[in-house]
Design a protein around this ligand. Sequence first.
Ligand code: CUA
Length: 295
Amino acid sequence: MAANESPVTAPGPGWGRKIPRDERVFLGLIAASLVLMTAVVFGWLAWGDQNVPSTYRYMSPKQFSAEVATFVDRRQAADGRVYVPPGEEAYLAASRYTFYPELVLQANTTYRIWLSAMDVLHGFSLVGGGQNINLELAPNHVTGMNLTVGDPGRYLVVCNEYCGLQHHTMKTFLTVVPAAELERNAVAAGTGEETTPAVGQAGSLEISADPTGALKFDTASLQAEAGTVTIAMKNPSPLPHNVAIKGNGVDVKGKVVLEGGTSTVSADLEPGTYTFYCSVPGHEAAGMKGTLTVS
Ligand code: CUA
């Protein structure tokens, strides 16, 4: 404040029109930083390799589920994993609390991997193997990521978006193998084993997964006679599910299936009490289980 100004009397006319030098410098710096920060926003997308090269499309979880199922049916090997030959597009579906299917990729190859969420918001975080990739996966929003994998190894992918009580268990591995190993294990398209659901046979029980995507079956208790017991579970939801039986030394799991598929499990059971459940990570803990009483 200059010596002739008073805090209690009004300043002279026109005081607001003259901008002091220090304020002009300050406004200049603000304007320059605004221009710079705006340039960085676009530059971040245009230059450098900090962004995963990717593309987007829109598709309902139901449609995406159908594409994933086609991909898995075509390429799933006997060990349950999908060996993806170079040049083929891969799929990875995130749902509470799993990534499906487990992918095996060829070293030093660029893949297009389509990712989406089937139920709620999930994250895809791959740190390791020279990568640091973090994507947000939302239902209806499909991301096509161009991923160049390097040396052979087993790389952990975790969900980094809180998605529910079992969020901390949600993970998968991207397994990278040499070309020879991939060729040896890759299933020729269309020769994957057929699932023939044993529906309607004697001793066969039929259940269904909850069609709305809730983590439960349509029943929590089943009865059977001792002997060969088969449970066939229809999956009308876009989430991957299976049916499994455990208890009294028995531990058998049916194949994981997507919408429209049927998972079947069979076991020779003595009288007793068993648990039937979905072995997809987190599903049993969330309540996808029931009691099987054998008499
Ligand atoms: Cu999915 Cu956290």
